[in-house]
Write a protein that binds this ligand. Structure first.
Ligand SMILES: NCCC[C@H](NC(=O)CCC(=O)O)C(=O)O
Ligand SMILES: NC(=O)OP(=O)(O)O
Length: 315
């Protein structure tokens, strides 16, 4: 594998699952692959899980890691092409990216949607420049439109907890005080569409995901109806795609609560975290025995390591 940006980069879902379960069982078996190799992790946005799990995964693989928080301790980086750089950004991505590529063997990048321009976000303006100019493999640690390390961990988690071959998996929109990217939801749908699970997405009108991501996945506007017989409830807020980046609703009747979970088939509750308690999900649900958010987060280390293994094997 050269880069890891979307589900299309893995050889197959089954192969990715096999690698993930293997590294989960044998985390230190492949250190020879990463010996004397370095991963640089570049963050344009905050992180807890991705930062720690990806570094831990790289260390498990015998790699060294370096972290750059662009907004705190690097030069501010210009990403627009052809601009007169007489403003507040001293360095262009066109130099910064190949320079970073000189110092490492793999680059991880986190760069969220900025919500200034739909085309810029949906063309993955930042990550695609990394892929073009880095000269080394690039791993998305959440781009503008996808969060593939998260979705891969979500898949592994569902495989571990599912009680039936073809579970019903429901992605539900939930309210939030801020405008959040569509990346987690897009990517979750993109990965789930590669499985044979029954997938249902529920959200208020106006929150439809981009057509390329939702495809012909079933959308049920009645949240309670969507929850019926669900085996997994995956909650996430996202801002509107059609009214790009706007908050159209903060309706707390969409919060995942005990009453709605009672409609399900004893469903497991999932969220990528960080999560706003008693806005996205009630304490009662996230503190219940059916909440698997912590093992889900633990699998972030597993899938980051699986991705690094697949990349290092081809270096
Ligand atoms: N990486 C997982 C989620 C990251 C991001 N969440 C956030 O920014 C939450 C921030 C807040 O709750 O204010 C998102 O939704 O894409
Ligand atoms: N789920 C996730 O990506 O968490 P962080 O934003 O803390 O990395």
């Amino acid at each position: 594998m050269k880069n890891f940006i979307s589900v299309k980069d893995i050889p197959s879902l089954q192969y990715a699952l096999d690698v993930a379960f293997d590294v989960k069982e044998n985390p230190f078996a492949y250190q020879h692959l990463g010996k004397n190799k370095t991963m640089v992790l570049i963050f344009f946005n905050s992180s807890l899980r991705t930062r720690l799990s990806t570094q831990k995964a790289a260390m498990n693989m015998g790699m060294n890691t370096m972290v750059l928080n662009v907004n705190e301790d690097g030069w501010q980086l210009e990403s627009d092409l052809g601009v007169v750089m007489d403003g507040d950004k001293p360095e262009h991505l066109l130099e910064a990216i190949p320079v970073i590529g000189q110092y490492c063997d793999v680059i991880g990048v986190r760069s969220f949607a900025r919500f200034q321009n739909k085309e810029d976000d949906y063309s993955e303006k930042i990550i695609s420049q990394f892929v073009e100019y880095a000269g080394v493999p690039v791993v998305s640690m959440e781009g503008a439109t996808r969060h593939p390390l998260q979705s891969y961990a979500d898949l592994v988690t569902i495989e571990e907890f599912k009680q039936k071959e073809r579970p019903k998996v429901v992605l539900t929109w939930a309210p939030h005080p801020r405008a959040l990217p569509q990346a987690v939801a897009n990517s979750f749908v993109e990965w789930m569409r590669e499985t044979d699970y029954e997938l249902v997405v529920t959200h208020p009108e106006g929150y439809e995901l981009a057509p390329d991501f939702i495809g012909n996945v079933k959308v049920e506007y009645n949240q309670k109806k969507a929850f019926e017989e669900a085996d997994f409830i995956y909650a996430k807020n996202w801002a509107s795609y059609s009214s790009y980046g706007q908050i159209l609703s903060k309706d707390l009747s969409w919060t995942v609560n005990e009453e709605k979970m009672a409609l399900t088939n004893n469903a497991k509750f999932m969220h990528c975290l960080p999560v706003r308690r008693n806005v996205v999900v009630t304490d009662g649900v996230i503190d219940s025995k059916n909440s698997i958010v912590v093992p889900q987060a633990a699998n972030r280390e597993v899938t980051a390591q699986a991705v690094l293994k697949m990349i290092l094997e081809e270096l």
